[in-house]
Write a protein that binds this ligand. Structure first.
Ligand SMILES: Nc1ncnc2c1ncn2[C@@H]1O[C@H](COP(=O)(O)OP(=O)(O)OP(=O)(O)O)[C@@H](O)[C@H]1O
Ligand SMILES: [Mg+2]
Length: 371
């Protein structure tokens, strides 16, 4: 059992012994071990991983000559038990774990005014960098119509369900959920009005089993539409990360997107200037494709509007490899961490990840009693 306790369920990422997934262990005198493993659902796509990990863990024990792994499926009662173990018996009322007082997960909503400035690219690269720095990271693709995160992280599998919990697929050590994973095959569009967008977001936050996360990144659609408002209402503690290009026209729109924080009482973690310049392929010169200064302009303007310092967190240059990495599902910060764009994104990730939530100033879920 101690050896099996070293094996994690690849989706839930907790030891299989804790999850009630070990059905039986039979050891014969000649050292042949049979382990019965209970999967959460039949046809669990991670069967092979579990078989390999169990075989590896058990064969390392002295005296074991061979390991057989037999797969079986949990009964509805066992699944129910697992759900209660993971989430507690919370009754019919759903709640968003990250919005609860005392939640230690930092939530960043990546926003912009204009489309196509690199929100999704920044989101996946920050997530990958933070995960590689040892943080437990989740990403919500909150861009319901224009979802692009699964491709950028190379996730093609569908989430599995345990009772009414959705297990988010894991890529590059990041838990990911997107409406793109729930659509029928093919590139069909999502045709929903505002209230449905809010429902989808709410489900991503309540029905998905995220476990204990250090950081949750939400990739928003551009602008100040329905989803941005939903995020503000559902997750008032989410800090906004504003992405803009250096272009002054883009900066004005980004400032507008950021200043909704003044109305929604959210905090702004800072501004990231993306596509800041193109390094000349022949010399050291920086080509200002989209002009200059947009990031600083937005940071300064938001500082004035909100009356609190909004920092320019960094400037990410244009790099063709960053785009290619997005197309291939391999974030640049992992494939080429020393490329200037990757190094800047890793630095920003380290800065953001460092400021972990402390309990100071958090509302405690208690009320004083007079004696
Ligand atoms: N620093 C960069 N260098 C090179 N290409 C980049 C960079 N940042 C983003 N891109 C590319 O620009 C395009 C737009 O980026 P991305 O999809 O991340 O923007 P977005 O703000 O999420 O867009 P949308 O508003 O449509 O959601 C993509 O093709 C992406 O690969
Ligand atoms: Mg996007």
């Amino acid at each position: 059992m101690a050896a099996l306790a070293t094996v994690n369920d690849p989706e839930i990422r907790r030891p299989i012994t804790e999850l009630g997934m070990v059905k039986n262990v039979d050891i014969s005198p000649d050292g042949v071990v049979r382990v019965g493993v209970l999967l959460t659902v039949a046809g669990c796509p991670l069967k092979d991983t579990i078989t390999r990990d169990v075989t590896g863990a058990v064969s390392r024990i002295d005296g074991v000559s061979r390991v057989h792994v037999d797969m079986d499926v949990m009964s509805p009662e066992q699944r129910k038990e697992l759900q209660t173990k993971l989430r507690g018996d919370r009754g019919p009322e759903k709640e968003i774990p990250f919005a609860k007082p005392g939640s230690l997960t930092r939530v960043f909503a990546v926003a912009s005014g204009k489309g196509g400035v690199g929100k999704s690219s920044v989101t996946v690269n920050l997530a990958a960098a933070m995960a590689s720095q040892g943080l437990k990271v989740g990403v919500v693709d909150a861009d319901i119509y224009g979802h692009s995160v699964p491709r950028m992280l190379g996730v093609s599998e569908r989430p599995t369900k345990v009772e009414d919990m959705i297990m988010p697929p894991v890529a590059h050590d990041i838990k990911v959920i997107s409406v793109g994973m729930f659509k029928p095959e093919g590139n069909t569009p999502v045709v929903w009005r505002g209230p449905m967008l809010d429902r989808a977001l709410y489900q991503f936050l309540t029905d998905v089993y995220w476990g204990d996360l250090d950081v949750l990144l939400m990739d928003l659609p551009p602008g100040t539409g329905d989803i941005a408002i939903s995020v503000a209402q559902r997750m008032p503690t989410a800090e906004i990360l504003v992405v803009t290009t250096p272009q002054q026209a883009a900066a004005e729109v980004a400032e507008r997107a950021g200043s909704i924080a003044a109305q929604t009482h959210q905090q702004i973690a800072g501004v990231i200037e993306n596509m800041a310049w193109l390094p000349c392929p022949h010399c050291d010169e920086r080509i200002s494709v989209f002009g200059e200064g947009g990031g600083q302009t937005v940071a300064d303007a938001l500082t004035r509007t909100l009356g609190a310092r909004v920092p320019l967190l960094g400037q990410v240059p244009i790099d063709m490899r960053l785009r290619e990495g997005g197309d291939e599902g391999k974030p640049l910060v992992l494939t080429d961490p020393d490329a200037p764009a990757a190094a800047e994104l890793r630095r920003i990730a380290a800065d953001l990840g460092k400021k972990s939530t402390s309990l100071k100033g958090l509302k405690l879920d208690i009320s004083p009693v007079k004696h």
